[in-house]
Design a protein around this ligand. Structure first.
Ligand code: 5RP
Length: 231
C-alpha cells in the first residue's frame, strides 16, 4: 500500500470519532486534507459540523465541502482537533510544521478537548529529529533570533546545526500569520519537551514545531491496516 492510501485510511478511521454537531479543529497538510474530504461526505449526508481551520488552504477546502467555518474567537469549546504530523515518537511527541501552519495547529490542538493525529506509518520514528525542526519567528528580528537559537542549541549539544530560513518560490516563506520559519536540522532530539521550553523562551521565537504531551491518539494507516497508539 502506498503512503497516500495509508493517509486516507487513517483519515477514515479518525472520522469514526466525529459526532454530528461537533466543533472540529481542522489540521493542515495532505493527510488532514483526506480528513476534510470525509467530513464533506458527512455534510452531504445531512450532518452539521463546524470547523476551525488551521490554515487558509484548509479553510478554502473546508468551505468548499460545506463545513461551517468559525474563528477561534467564536467558541470556547473545540470538541476534537485532527491533524497530520511530520514525525511521531513512541511517547506521542511530534514534529509538525512541514506545511508552515505550526502556530495555528498548536493553538488549536492545545485548546481541543481531544487531539487525534493521523499519519501513514512512515511518520513513526524511534526518536524525533531526522525531520528538520520548524521554528516560527518574528520577521522584525529574525537574524538575531537565529543567532540566539544557535546559542541555545549549542547548550543542548548540537554543534553547528544547519538553520535555514524557509523559502518558497525564491522568496522567504511567510506563515498565514505573516511570520518566518527557520528549519533547524538537528538530528536526534533526546528531550523534546525541554528543548521546546528552552526555544520558546527566546524573544522572537513565536512557537516551535515540537508538540509534546498534547496527543491523545495517533492513528497510523498502512498496508496491514490501521494501528493506534494512545497518550
Ligand atoms: C503542517 C503540518 C502537517 O501536519 C505535516 O507537515 C504533515 O503533512 P502531511 O500530512 O502532508 O504529511 O504540520 O504544518
Amino acid at each position: 500500500m502506498d503512503k497516500e492510501a495509508g493517509k486516507k485510511r487513517a483519515a477514515e478511521e479518525a472520522a469514526t470519532h466525529v459526532e454530528r454537531g461537533m466543533t472540529l479543529g481542522l489540521g493542515t497538510g495532505s493527510t488532514a486534507k483526506y480528513f476534510v474530504e470525509v467530513m464533506g461526505a458527512r455534510i452531504s449526508e445531512g450532518w452539521s459540523l463546524r470547523g476551525i481551520p488551521t490554515s487558509e488552504v484548509t479553510r478554502r477546502q473546508a468551505e468548499q465541502v460545506g463545513i461551517e467555518i468559525i474563528t477561534p474567537d467564536e467558541t470556547t469549546i473545540i470538541d476534537l482537533a485532527i491533524d497530520g504530523t511530520d514525525e511521531a515518537d513512541p511517547s506521542l511527541n511530534l514534529i509538525k510544521g512541514g506545511g508552515g501552519a505550526l502556530l495555528r495547529e498548536k493553538i488549536i490542538a492545545n485548546a481541543a478537548r481531544k487531539f487525534i493525529v493521523i499519519a501513514d506509518k512512515s511518520k513513526r520514528v524511534a526518536a524525533l529529529g531526522a525531520f528538520p525542526l520548524p521554528v516560527e519567528v518574528e520577521p522584525f528580528s529574525w537574524a538575531l533570533t537565529v543567532s540566539q537559537l544557535r546559542e541555545v542549541l549549542t547548550e543542548y549539544g548540537y554543534q553547528n546545526p544547519v538553520l535555514k530560513l524557509r523559502a518558497a518560490a525564491g522568496e522567504a516563506f511567510n506563515s498565514d500569520g505573516g511570520n518566518l520559519i527557520i528549519d533547524c536540522a538537528l538530528g536526534r532530539i533526546d528531550n523534546p519537551a525541554n528543548l521546546d521550553k528552552s526555544l520558546v523562551e527566546i524573544p522572537g521565537v513565536i512557537e516551535t514545531g515540537l508538540f509534546c504531551g498534547m496527543t491523545d491518539l495517533i492513528i497510523y494507516g498502512g498496508g496491514d491496516g490501521i494501528s493506534t497508539e494512545r497518550g
